[in-house]
Design a protein around this ligand. Structure first.
Ligand code: SAM
Length: 247
């Protein structure tokens, strides 16, 4: 069955956008996934086609109306009852590769993109939406966050990445390490050389060097990920002392 994404937005013209290019675009044209952008404004019922109103309790900005958003969600859910329903919001759990893997393994997603100050809380609760954030930043709308989430999911769908682009060793994989650094030709550039071991043709040494660099990068750049990696390994009988593998 084709993995399917329905995006509820006030700006359907933002889709497929970058998702129509490169890997995701080719996969879309090949039918490996399907994308529908639903215009929330199409579900407005008054003659001005209003989708927002002033917040109860006062304050700046506008809030997206629950009745209009609910009607749009109803249409998307009817077409895709088994899909995970996600509201993209800076108040949500942070998107990470574990969630991306889960979503890519399912039948698809329904993504609600907010604008203004966001969406009336009651419709989020009534439709049991999962709240997911693209990062600890505030965007002007959920569309860019939806594109980010879809790009990350689509590349994991079967047949989308070739063996050459395999996700097995990349950052945020099942081991929770950042990736090692990469080098290509020329072997010397602006007086900078490539680590000798990479030119040696010795696969076991290259693998050992890469593993050590991956551990070093994770430990120094992302102590939070390094702690999680150590905990995971400890659970599997690995080292508990926080020491990296030998270089
Ligand atoms: C200007 S933001 C609203 C921010 C909201 N008033 C707050 O302070 O949490 C408008 C919309 O952009 C989207 N958005 C903004 N930042 C986001 C983020 N980090 N992740 C996902 N969606 C985001 C949400 O859909 C949100 O409803």
């Amino acid at each position: 069955m084709t993995w399917r994404a329905s995006v509820l937005t006030l700006f359907p013209e933002m889709f497929p956008g970058p998702l129509g290019l490169s890997l995701a675009g080719k996969a879309l044209r090949d039918g490996r996934w399907a994308l529908e952008a639903l215009d929330i404004r199409g579900f407005a019922t008054d003659r001005h086609r209003s989708v927002d109103d002033t917040p109860f309790g006062g304050g700046a900005g506008m809030v997206m109306r629950p009745d209009v958003v609910d009607a749009a969600l109803g249409a998307a859910i009817a077409a895709q009852p088994a899909a995970r329903r996600i509201y993209l919001t800076p108040r949500g759990r942070l998107l990470d590769q574990a969630l991306v893997r889960e979503l890519a393994a399912g039948p698809g997603v329904i993504l609600l993109c907010g604008r203004y100050e966001g969406v009336d809380q009651r419709v989020i609760e009534a439709r049991e939406l999962e709240e997911v954030s693209a990062g600890d930043v505030v965007l002007s709308g959920g569309e860019v966050a939806a594109i980010l989430l879809l790009d990350a999911c689509v590349r994991l769908l079967p047949g989308v990445m070739g063996a050459a682009d395999s996700a097995t060793e990349e950052s945020h994989g099942p081991e929770g390490l950042l990736e090692y650094p990469h080098y290509t030709r020329p072997a010397e550039w602006q007086g900078r050389t490539v680590p000798e071991v990479l030119l040696s043709g010795h696969h076991a040494e290259v693998a050992k060097w890469r593993r050590a660099r991956a551990e070093e990068a994770t430990r120094t750049r992302r102590p939070d990920l390094w702690a999680k990696h150590l905990n995971r390994n400890a659970g599997e009988g690995g080292r508990l002392d926080g020491q990296p593998a030998a270089a």
